[in-house]
Design a binder for this molecule. Sequence first.
Ligand SMILES: [Zn+2]
Length: 250
Amino acid sequence: MDQKTITKLSSPPDEDAEVLVSQPETPVSQRIRARLRNARERFHANDNIARFIEPGELQQLLDEVEVKMLGVLESLVIDTEGDHNTQDTARRVARMYVTEVFRGRYNPTPEVTEFPNVEHLNELMIVGPITVRSACSHHLCPIIGKVWIGVMPNEHSNLIGLSKYARLCDWVMSRPQIQEEAVTRLADLLQGRMQPDGLAIVMEADHFCMQWRGVKDTDSKMINSVMRGSFLKDPNLRREFLALLQRRSA
Ligand SMILES: [Zn+2]
């Protein structure tokens, strides 16, 4: 065995991954992916990966997406030099994905202060409609709709300010996903923060992958609901919530 072979055999098995993380010339998406893989973290379209992005890297990610997006436009045989309308499209789309419509993947949870339920409120609270903007993970087509949240607090629950529901909802929704999973994610987040006796979420949305492409059905909406705790156990509470929604949206 020559010296070279011995060196190679004595290397730790995951040395390749380490090298990938530390080399600055590696594309930023690969560096972030290597960190996720090393930590055995999932990075599906609707997962938040903010913890794995270092300061300054979001800007580099935007630059990388711009280059790739320009490649897509070139492959679509769109004249990005001659057509003045598409000259900056790659940059605009990259910025839209990274900093706007998918920002819920790259930014940490919004700061939301929970406060104790000092008044011991135990009446049904309904928040909504909150406007929802998301995208389907199959086609990256918009999903635009509304969400209603019902909360049944107990004396130990934490409460959050009215506007904070919208901020948390926006953070969860600004990712590519499917509606069923989006609603569950939002329920998990609110349940963890507030620890209410019951939580109910209803989402109604237009799916542009039904309207813009595919069957081109412009009237269909998808409605999903999640019921937890007392909303699941108490049919009267569930009825009260749904009846109030119907009156509101009529
Ligand atoms: Zn779709």
